[in-house]
Design a protein around this ligand. Structure first.
Ligand SMILES: C[S@@+](CC[C@H](N)C(=O)[O-])C[C@H]1O[C@@H](n2cnc3c(N)ncnc32)[C@H](O)[C@@H]1O
Length: 308
């Protein structure tokens, strides 16, 4: 579905919603990088602190050669410790929906790791993906794939969507694949809510970027100062929700339609589900993967799991 069709469906639903994948144009990717530098945003720094240990130990679980495929690769920060340490990784396929950002990040990484074959692929990981062909495999020599999905991006899916994604990933990666998954296992609600309500308002700008993008690409007329960012923890679903709340009663034009907003009505823009080690294990196993090894941050706020 196109951005326009998705927006029509989401904004005519009750409650209103938009898919978080539309945060990520070049500006949205830049805001996400700024979020990662915030004091409040524990997931990024907790996972970055854990990855060197993962990198040190990873090869004992891997075949002699693998190609690593990162889903939602962003600025390619998290792949670097793995590429610097692992002897098994021969090729790298970063996949992202944010095309310009991906190509820039891929070119920089290729210069840094000249021996590695880097083949960025623009794509939507909610759809079935055809992986690009690598030079390494040109004589029909297939190299097993290691999926990599850090940043707790899995948490942006509902558990049913997450299961579907993990099943599809297994199909895309092919036989003998493995998967390294980074998931937020923070359980302290105040810490979680602080992470998505930073004092500088960067997360608010990231959230509102979806309206900026609609105004530019879909010719809507959202007034940014008439919507407020709200992030609240939903205990029933164990997820933090991001919303854009209309401060007044108003109408917004989308194509030939008027979208009505009551005062206080929200557009639900993102979920970030928080897992426990037990709920995570149950999810991945229900998607047909087996848990091979778990690395947990000392604070228990983040887990990196290796699946096969
Ligand atoms: C939360 S960020 C994580 C970035 C990076 N992996 C990290 O851990 O720091 C999510 C990334 O996934 C990308 N993304 C979001 N939805 C996507 C989709 N449906 N298909 C492909 N990439 C997507 C975004 O552009 C962004 O780079």
């Amino acid at each position: 579905m196109s951005f326009y069709q998705d927006a029509v469906t989401g904004l005519n639903s009750q409650p209103k919603w938009l898919s978080p994948k539309y945060f990520y144009d070049a500006r949205g990717s830049h805001y996400f990088d700024l979020i990662c530098k915030l004091d409040e945003y524990y997931p990024y720094r907790t996972e970055m602190a854990l990855l060197p240990t993962v990198a040190e130990e990873l090869d004992q679980w891997l075949p002699k050669q693998v190609v690593i495929v990162e889903f939602g690769a962003g600025s390619l920060h998290k792949i670097r410790p793995l590429l610097s340490t692992s002897q098994a990784i021969r090729g790298f396929i970063p996949i992202d929906i944010s095309a310009e950002h991906l190509h820039n990040a891929g070119a920089t990484l290729q210069q840094e790791f000249a021996q590695l074959e880097v083949k960025p692929a623009v794509g939507d990981f909610t759809q079935t993906l055809q992986l690009p062909h690598l030079e390494l495999e040109k004589d029909n020599q297939r190299i097993p794939k290691l999926g990599f999905f850090p940043g707790s991006t899995l948490g942006n899916f509902t558990p049913d969507e997450a299961r579907e994604f993990l099943r599809n990933a297994r199909q895309s990666l092919g036989p003998d694949s493995m998967f390294l998954l980074g998931v937020d296992t923070q359980q302290d609600i105040a810490t979680i809510e602080r992470a998505y309500n930073d004092a500088k308002g960067v997360t608010a700008s990231f959230n509102k970027n979806i309206l900026v993008r609609m105004n530019r690409e879909l010719s809507t007329n959202f007034k940014l100062d008439q919507f407020s960012h709200r992030a609240i923890f939903n205990r029933q679903h164990s997820r933090i929700e991001m919303h854009l709340v209309s401060d007044i009663e108003q109408q917004v034009t989308l194509g030939d339609k008027q979208i009505r907003f009551a005062r206080g009505e929200s557009i639900h823009t993102e979920n970030s589900y928080k897992y426990t080690p037990a709920t995570l294990a149950a999810l991945v196993e229900s998607a047909g993967w087996q848990l091979q090894h778990t690395w947990q941050a000392p604070s228990a706020a983040f887990s990196e799991v290796l699946l096969h």
